[in-house]
Design a protein around this ligand. Structure first.
Ligand code: ADP
Ligand code: MG
Length: 240
């Protein structure tokens, strides 16, 4: 397994993210500028369309970035969560894929509760599942495991997809890193930032043309404490 700690500390660097934004936003804006210059001379219709779609791309890049950074600012409370139930409801969103992707569940401790930011965690698991489905070009299997070992709850999502070459592993989670035509490269950035905020760990293990496994480890001792503190505060504030 490859530890994600170095990626997580990179993510903490605002400078890196700013550089990513600058890069991503500059390119479409430069394209727009060029087409606007051409429009002065030639038939404007097609150029307008391209300019408009490039502007959309810049806007959606910024929106994605804002969505990922928002949970940091937003104070979503820690609540008790049964991850098995959440995973099950997320899988329902991929129903249209089950004709080609078989889902195997290995939920060993279905009563386990972790404390966390529910919306953020759901979004993170959605992003991981989405990547798993997208990694399988034709037919394949996604295996989801859920179990407790010691003080930790583990969630493992394994796909029989295209895999990730070793030299790309360290780029995972970097804002805007994508190998997909329509990708945003923000999915794993959201995942890693959420995992980091929960004091959890994520590991990836991948073999090209065989598949990828993401393992998330929740330290329930720590998250339980964080959860209790959060729930107490809520109670004192009379919010719950
Ligand atoms: P996006 O899905 O928009 O490309 P992500 O941050 O979710 O952005 O993922 C970044 C990249 O990591 C993907 O483009 C892909 O190359 C790689 N990746 C992530 N998950 C998987 C997976 N399960 N199998 C293969 N490659 C993956
Ligand atoms: Mg993705």
């Amino acid at each position: 397994d490859t530890s994600m700690d170095s990626t997580l500390s990179r993510l903490a660097s605002i400078g890196q993210i700013a550089a990513g934004i600058a890069h991503e936003v500059r390119n479409p804006l430069t394209t727009v500028k060029g087409f606007l210059q051409l429009m002065e001379e030639e038939s404007p219709h097609m150029y307008l369309e391209i300019a408009s779609s490039e502007l959309d791309r810049a806007i959606s890049t910024l929106q994605n970035l804002l969505q990922v950074s928002k949970p940091d600012l937003q104070d979503e409370p820690y609540v008790p969560i049964n991850l098995c139930i959440e995973l099950e409801s997320l899988l329902y969103l991929f129903q249209d894929q089950i004709y080609r992707v078989r889902i195997e569940r290995n939920f060993r401790n279905t009563d386990e509760i972790v404390y966390g930011k529910k919306n953020q965690l759901k979004k993170a698991f959605f992003n991981l599942l989405k990547n798993a489905f997208e990694a399988i070009p034709d037919k394949g299997t996604i295996t989801i495991e859920h179990y407790r070992m010691g003080n930790c709850v583990y969630i493992r999502i394994r796909d029989t997809g295209v895999g990730i070459p070793a030299e790309k592993l360290e780029l995972l989670g970097t804002p805007f890193f994508t190998t997909k035509d329509e990708g945003t490269g923000m999915g794993l950035t959201q995942v890693f930032s959420t995992i980091y905020q929960h004091g959890a760990k994520i590991d990836v293990d991948s073999t090209v043309r065989a598949g990828t496994t993401f393992t998330i480890q929740f330290p329930t001792d720590v998250t339980h404490q964080m959860g209790v503190i959060d729930l107490d505060l809520q109670y004192e504030n009379g919010q719950s």
